[in-house]
Design a protein around this ligand. Structure first.
Ligand code: GLN
Length: 535
């Protein structure tokens, strides 16, 4: 029978609940338990796939083609285990399922209500993960007190009762702010947030408190008293220089032992964490200097939009013992002022994925700059499509070449919809999504990086390289080094007369892990390091 851990948040959002949940999952897995994770998002979208990155940050794509919350990226990276559609639950999914059942007549004349119908549905989804797990860690998005998260919290309250004492553990993460005017940390917001949670019927078993200043022992005692907890169950979230340090510090403060004790499970004596420790040390203090890699995109207001790319650069940097400084470059500014101004002192350039026309010409200018100035380059998804556009315009001299996504009347539609994609009517979940096999060509950069004939990578796109231009592109020196196993679609392109120039139709960043960095990112950072050493 699985045990359940529930992680809720209070006071404000953005406290790093995802990383904390992932860290807990990581430690429990290292204790030898089979751990499953679930992220609950209380919004009404069925998935974040249709949401603007400015609102939601990156959409993380799983092998099975689910468009999910970016916390699933943390879960995969910390636990080194693939997440699936079942690991992200939204209110939209719950309502969609309930309404389908009601229309089918499954409720046989009953009035369909939030309690018990919606809450039953939620519990069923949570317990579904427990079927083949020892421990399920459930992270509830949003903040306690939000109207939309109420049904989820109510389902958790019921589950705690039904599963019985010692089979569930509730962790509440809150903010303990420092007020400079009073020169003290304030416990009141946390007190109120715990009160709110208890009002709903959930008595937390542990509080994790986050603040910018350390929390003095008397404040911890005060919080504990109001939260009805022993002071040792009020834990201060450590301030870390890299998120990957979090599980190590939690382990040092015996958080994992306390959770296991609360669940009546045995901790493993001494955990073997040396591989992770070495990785963290290399992230914190790499001995091989620094490289600067530009990410030229349009979602530059929030770092979360390119989360997995940042993390993949951290992993590659640790593998090569260098610090990778990511430089976010706004493609709309490149469009206005030219690439030189923004890219002349970087050692590598990434043009990431994206949708819509804004900033496209800036990205094309950045690609041209990287190609002609021989700066190591990695194009991802839209970045790959624009690499084709740039090459078609400037090497094949096809003036006005474009993707039909941006110019439906282009004389040279080098990127286009496949016939089966034309006339799509529904936006949600209708892209080419998830992992599929790709055959690599021998004696190419791609093959030298992967050292495999067949790879599996994750997709999230609708447009494709137009196969009718393939011969013309290849005649001018562009190498197609990866294609779908049926040979229909182009997956990877590269330029041999360049130190490192490669672009792929898929998203390599989703598969990079701390202890197994992605070959394309390792290749890029290695090439960037070579540039830096030369100059
Ligand atoms: N907009 C492009 C397409 O739909 C690229 C998508 C992406 O970069 N994820 O094909």
């Amino acid at each position: 029978m699985a045990k359940y851990i529930f992680v809720t948040g209070g006071v404000v959002s953005s406290l790093g609940k995802g990383v904390i949940t992932a860290s807990i999952g990581f430690l429990l897995k290292r204790h030898g338990y089979v751990v499953k994770l679930l992220k609950i998002d209380p919004y009404l979208n069925v998935d974040p796939g249709t949401m603007n990155p400015f609102q939601h940050g990156e959409v993380f794509v799983t092998d099975d083609g689910a468009e999910t919350d970016l916390d699933l990226g943390h879960y995969e990276r910390f636990l080194h285990q693939p997440m699936r559609r079942e690991n992200n639950l939204t209110a939209g999914q719950i309502y969609e399922s309930i309404i389908k059942k009601e229309r089918r007549g499954d409720f046989l004349g009953q009035t369909v209500q939030v309690v018990p119908h919606l809450t039953d549905e939620i519990k069923q989804r949570i317990r579904g993960l427990g079927v083949d797990a020892d421990i399920v860690v459930v992270e509830v998005g949003g903040t306690v007190g939000d109207i939309e998260s109420l049904p989820f919290l109510e389902a958790i309250r019921q589950m705690r009762l039904e599963e019985g004492h010692g089979n569930t553990f509730a962790i509440h993460l809150t903010l303990v702010p420092y007020l400079s005017a009073a020169d003290e940390v304030k416990t009141k917001p946390t007190q109120h947030s715990v009160q709110k949670l208890r009002e709903i019927g959930i008595q937390p078993d542990m509080l994790i408190c986050r603040g910018e200043r350390s929390i003095p022992p008397d404040a911890i005692r005060k919080i504990a008293l109001f939260a009805n907890l022993p002071p040792e169950r009020v834990i201060e979230a450590p301030i870390v220089s890299t998120i990957y340090e979090m599980p190590l510090l939690f382990h040092r403060s015996e958080l994992d032992a306390m959770i296991l004790e609360g669940l009546g499970l045995k901790p493993k004596g001494k955990l073997e964490l040396s591989d992770w420790q070495t990785f963290v040390e290399r992230v914190k203090k790499p001995s091989g200097g620094k490289v600067r890699v530009a990410i030229c995109g349009k979602y530059v207001n929030i770092r979360d939009s390119y989360k997995s790319i940042y993390e993949a650069l951290v992993h590659a940097g640790a593998a090569l013992n260098v610090r990778v400084e990511p430089v976010l470059v706004d493609s709309t500014l490149v469009e206005k002022h030219g690439a030189e101004k923004y890219l002349s002192d970087v050692d590598g350039v990434i043009v990431p994925g994206g949708f819509g026309k804004r900033g496209i010409e800036g990205k094309i200018a950045a690609i041209q700059f990287a190609r002609t100035r021989k700066i190591p380059f990695l194009g991802i998804c839209l970045g790959m499509q624009l690499t084709i556009v740039e090459f078609a315009r400037n090497v094949l001299n096809l003036k006005g070449a474009n993707s039909t996504e941006f110019d439906p009347k282009t004389p040279y539609p080098v990127i286009d919809l496949l016939p089966e994609e034309e006339g799509f009517e529904v936006y949600g979940g209708t892209l080419r999504l998830g992992a599929s096999p790709i055959r690599l060509k021998r004696n190419t950069l791609a093959f030298s990086l992967y050292q495999m004939d067949i790879i599996h990578e994750r997709h999230r796109h609708r447009y494709e390289v137009n196969p009718s231009y393939r011969n013309a592109l290849e005649d001018k020196g562009l190498v197609v080094s990866g294609e779908t196993t049926d040979g229909r679609l182009i997956e990877i392109i590269e330029l041999p007369d360049h130190p490192f120039f490669i672009a792929c139709q898929y998203h390599p960043e989703f598969k990079s892990k701390p202890l197994s960095p992605h070959p394309l990112f390792v290749g890029l950072v290695k090439a960037a390091k070579a540039v830096r050493t030369r100059s």
